[in-house]
Design a protein. Sequence first.
Length: 255
Amino acid sequence: MTHFIDFSRKFHNLFIVTRQSLQISNHSFMNLKSLFPREAARLFALVILSGVWCVLLWFLRAWRTDSSQYFFFVYNLALAFIPLALSLVAVRIQNRKLFVPVMILWLLFFPNAPYLLTDLIHLRPKTDAPFWFDWIFMISYAGTGFLMGCYSLLLIHRRLIQWFGTLKAWVAVIGILCLSSFGIYLGRFPRWNSWDIATRPGDFFMDVFTRFTAPLEHPILFTYTPSLAFLLIIGYLAVAGGWLRDSVPVKCEAR
C-alpha cells in the first residue's frame, strides 16, 4: 500500500510538471505566432523554395556545360542567407541590450541579400549555355536575393514597430535601405565586403571618407546609391507592405 501511495504521488507530481511545461510551450508558441504570422510564414516558405530552385538551376547548368562557372551566384546566395538567419535570431530576443549587437551584425550583412540584384550585369550571351537559360538563372537569383532581404527586413521591421511605434520604425527601415544601397555600391564598385569592416577597418573607413570628401571624383556614388535606394524602398513597400498592414504585431515590452 505504501509503494502504491508513493507511486501515486510521483505520478501526480509528474503530471503537474508536464502540464506546466505544456503551458509554457503553448505560451512560447503563441509568442512565436505573433512574430511570424501566417502571411510572413508564407513569404518564408517562398524564400526557401526559391533558394532551392536557384541551387538546382546552378547544378543543371554545371551538368549541362561541364563547368563550375557562375558558382559565385551560389556563394552570394549563401551570403544572403546570413541576414535572414540573424533576423530570425533577433526577433526572439526580448532584451534590447542583447538585441542591439545582433541588429548591428545583421545590418552589416543585410546588403548581401539585395546585392544579388546587381549580379544581373553578368547577363550576356555565352557559347556554352543558351541565353534564355542564363536569363532565367540570373533572374531567379536576383529575385530570391531580393525576397530574402524583404523577409529579413520584415521581421526586424515588426520588432521595431512593437518597441518604438509605426512612424519611428518606418524611419529606421528607410534609413536601413539607404545604408544598404550604399553598402551595395561599396561591394559592386570598390569591391568591399561585409567582413572588411572588421579585418581592414582603417582602409575601409579611409576609402569611405575619401569618397564623401571628393564627390566630383566619385560621381557614381551620388547617382547610383540614391537610385538604388529608391528602387529598394519601392520594392519593399510592394512586397512587404501588405504583410505589415494585415498583421498588427502584439505589443511587446522590452527589458
